[in-house]
Design a protein around this ligand. Structure first.
Ligand SMILES: [Mg+2]
Length: 188
């Protein structure tokens, strides 16, 4: 069984980047209500965001859930399960994404990290995962179109994907999604 996982806002918390972008612009932080940042944020905040997304700061983002590294390590230790980390970060620097995962305590190998040019839904279509987990509305729509089985992470920090809730199975976080798909047991 192949499981593919997005990184940002699925494993790693992106809120510090947004908070910094607003702080640099001298503005109060506002949640991202649309995937299209130009439609919801002012020019300066958008510029700051793009600069931060293409800086080393991106690779310093912490995990959303401290239990996730252990959960993923247990999952990856199972013989019949293969896990790949598939991201579409602006800088195609899989080594840095790999190092970020390792620093978080996720014991993956470099070849488990896919961070390359091209449409993510095309990359996924080729990989043929049994389940892909993502929060991006673009990627989710692409997966639906290309028949890639996808589960959406959707919560109060991902207001940009709520309009897809009627179209796709969704959970508030990765742990709940893994439990929901029967991949891990519910623990206290
Ligand atoms: Mg994401």
């Amino acid at each position: 069984m192949l499981i593919t996982l997005d990184l940002d806002n699925v494993i790693f918390n992106m809120k510090p980047i947004y908070q910094k972008a607003f702080r640099q612009a001298g503005q109060e932080y506002k949640k991202q209500t649309s995937w299209d940042i130009d439609s919801v944020y002012e020019e300066e905040v958008c510029c700051n965001l793009i600069n931060l997304w293409t800086s080393d700061y991106l690779y310093k983002m912490p995990v959303l859930d401290k239990k996730i590294p252990q959960i993923l390590n247990n999952l990856m230790a199972q013989k019949d399960i293969k896990v790949l980390f598939v991201t579409e970060r602006l800088l195609k620097q899989p080594k840095k994404s790999f190092q970020q995962l390792r620093r978080a305590g996720i014991k993956c190998t470099f070849d488990q990290v896919i961070d390359k040019p091209g449409l993510k839904s095309d990359i996924l279509k080729e990989l043929r995962p049994d389940i892909h987990f993502d929060d991006s509305p673009y990627v989710i729509k692409g997966c639906i179109k290309k028949s890639v089985p996808v589960v959406m992470i959707s919560n109060n920090s991902t207001l940009y994907n709520h309009d897809l809730r009627a179209k796709v199975e969704h959970y508030p976080n990765l742990r709940a999604a893994l439990i929901g798909k029967g991949l891990i047991q519910k623990t206290k």
